[in-house]
Design a binder for this molecule. Structure first.
Ligand code: SF4
Ligand code: SF4
Length: 367
């Protein structure tokens, strides 16, 4: 058990071990991610409200430091950067010289990773490893990363991690995991270790033995979070979506609402598409190729002699059937962890769980 007043010791120990600390920060009214140095930098006493196409952070004066869930940013930017230079070329009069860029592999501790995002990190690792076994840039970055998970205590109305088996508490894929117990009279974290690196850091902390009462309080936090999650997704119907409903009229209805803005893919912690962009200076003496995040909602995505998916309905169908259905064929599991970001950050309020329910014939689904 880690008393809250010892939390800075955890951060200091990680910093001393050479990790840059990244954690939740409150910026422009949104829970974002950024470099932190001490507990003081965390957004304290705030809660977040989520609904389709809606997000709000409010101050609730609660004594906890982690009483919100996920903002629009996911941790993937630290393992799969939105933009990276692959190589540069310089030309003088007679010679062109190419120089490859080595991907950044900074030691980083990610602090406050929710169960759904821990699962998303593992999913992306499997994707990149499938394409580049044993030597992906993602794998190299992950090997330098220390994950401190935090169990959710106040899930949002858009969360459905329980359906996807990824939360609200993380059960693997972390180095340390914390459950926060916060009230007017006590504030502490029940700590679990998940790796040898986690155990080495834990040994350096001023921990008190977790009593039966501490453990019961921690399990009550997770139990209450499970009860608060109202949204769900039928995993079996999701898996069959591509085979069962390739021509469902609902795709056109969604296509009429969808703006093809790509927000859902940018905020999704498991989306992994990218494109290569070549740029050249105006005098033609130097050029570079960059890898940047792409989205299957972009009109020229997968451009191969012509537009592959002209209609917005076909782009949404591609995204949703891949995420929920054909991901199983490619990687042996679902591509969704139930974080709810695509629901919250869709300006049209399109809700993947409700669209699936409607296509699967669920009577409670919206018309
Ligand atoms: S599809 Fe939506 S709910 Fe599922 S992981 Fe991506 S953003 Fe989260
Ligand atoms: S589903 Fe929503 S977030 Fe995704 S592309 Fe369409 S309008 Fe944008």
């Amino acid at each position: 058990m880690l008393p809250a007043q010892e939390f800075d010791l955890l951060l200091g120990t990680l910093a001393k071990a050479g990790y840059e600390l990244v954690g939740p920060t409150l910026r422009h009214g949104v829970i974002g991610l950024g470099v932190i140095e001490r507990a003081e930098d965390l957004p304290k006493g705030v809660a977040d409200e989520h609904a389709p196409g809606n997000y709000r952070v409010r101050s609730d004066g609660s004594p906890g430091w982690f009483g919100y869930v996920v903002g629009q940013e996911s941790w993937k930017r630290y393992l799969f950067p939105p933009e990276q230079t692959l190589f540069r070329a310089e030309r003088d009069e007679h010679v062109v010289r190419f120089a490859g860029e080595t991907p950044e592999t900074r030691r980083r501790a990610l602090l406050g990773v929710r169960g759904c995002d821990v699962a998303a990190i593992a999913k992306q690792a499997r994707v990149f490893d499938a394409y580049d076994p044993g030597s992906s840039a993602y794998g190299a970055a992950l090997a330098q990363t220390f994950v401190v998970a935090i169990d959710c205590s106040h899930p949002a109305a858009t969360c459905f991690c329980t359906s996807m088996g990824s939360g609200p508490a993380a059960d693997e894929g972390f180095d340390l995991a914390l459950t926060e117990i916060a009230s007017d009279t006590e504030h502490y974290f029940v700590l679990r270790t998940g790796s040898a690196s986690g155990r080495r850091i834990a040994e350096k902390l001023t921990l008190e033995p977790a009593t039966r009462l501490h453990r019961e309080a921690a399990s009550a936090v997770s139990g209450r979070a499970v009860e608060l999650i109202e949204r769900g997704l039928d995993k079996q119907a999701a898996k069959r979506l591509h085979a069962d409903h390739p021509e469902h009229p609902r795709w056109e209805t969604i296509g009429d609402r969808c703006l093809s803005c790509g927000n859902c893919t940018m905020v999704c912690p498991t989306c992994f598409c990218s494109r290569r962009e070549d740029t050249i200076t105006i005098d033609g003496t130097s050029a570079e190729q960059r890898l940047v995040w792409d989205s299957c909602f972009n009109r020229d995505f997968s451009l191969a002699g012509g537009i592959v998916r002209e209609s917005i309905a076909s782009r949404y169908r591609q995204w949703m059937t891949h995420k929920l259905s054909t991901w199983h064929e490619q990687f042996g599991e679902s591509g969704c962890v139930g974080c709810g970001r695509c629901i919250t950050w869709c300006p049209a309020g399109i809700d993947i769980t409700q669209e699936l329910a409607a296509m699967a014939g669920d009577r409670g689904a919206p018309p």
